[in-house]
Design a protein around this ligand. Structure first.
Ligand code: G6P
Ligand code: MG
Length: 212
């Protein structure tokens, strides 16, 4: 079936902010005395802020009350936003702008499917928000990836079926979400980590719309 829309995850697909999430979570984990590795970080990619904190606390066998958890999430987000403040269109990952442009020129719709509550701010900083027909972010969904809600909602907002859309993801949880929602999924990153994707490429510079 011809592709009618591309649904992009944001962090790690469109923009190199995944490293900022990692640094901010690592700083938080260290402040709590919890070791935190890049391998563990793979399990946080695509996962909501609250679910990420719960995973880190579980790794450290730490139980905290809900007020303390809110404070920690605010602190992590503050550190993360300090990095985001420096984001410019230069931080877009390779191929992003050209891929969005080719979708636009071919009449293929464009959506965002991100768990982040900071998505609109970042799309504005990248100066690409005008490309998007639908933006589904962490403020609109109740169930985090690997639940397919974020992508199903994007398809619904565009009045399309999952089979008419292709999802682009850099996270294991995001690939799982796309596949369980009935979408084709292109992984961005390491083929060994994203083995459940239909195809894996290094970046959007390594794939053309005509290949979908
Ligand atoms: C994305 C990222 C995660 C992040 C989540 C929530 O899915 O991959 O690393 O935790 O969004 O982001 P937020 O900006 O709302 O804290
Ligand atoms: Mg991502």
């Amino acid at each position: 079936m011809a592709v009618k829309a591309c649904i992009f995850d944001m962090d790690g697909v469109i923009v190199d902010t995944a490293k900022f999430h990692f640094k901010a979570w690592q700083r938080l984990a260290e402040s709590l005395g919890i070791p935190f590795t890049e391998h563990q970080n793979e399990q946080l990619k695509g996962v909501s802020r609250v679910d990420s904190l719960e995973k880190i606390l579980a790794w450290g066998n730490l139980e905290l009350n809900s007020q303390k958890k809110i404070e920690l999430m605010e602190l992590k987000n503050k550190w993360y936003l300090d990095f985001v403040a420096e984001v410019t269109p230069e931080d877009m990952l390779p191929g992003t702008f050209d891929f969005l442009k080719s979708c636009n020129e071919a009449g293929v719709k464009i959506a965002l499917g991100s768990s982040s509550k900071n998505a609109i701010l970042i799309l504005e900083k990248l100066q690409i928000i005008h490309f998007f027909d639908s933006i589904v972010d962490g403020n609109k969904i109740t169930l985090s990836k690997p639940n397919p809600e974020v992508f199903l909602r994007a398809a619904r907002e565009m009045e399309l079926e999952p089979t008419e859309c292709v999802v682009f993801e850099d996270a294991i949880s995001g690939v799982d979400a796309a596949k369980s929602g009935g979408f084709r999924c292109i992984g961005i990153g390491d083929p060994q980590i994203l083995s459940k994707a239909d195809r894996v490429v290094e970046s959007l510079a390594n794939i053309h719309l005509s290949e979908l």
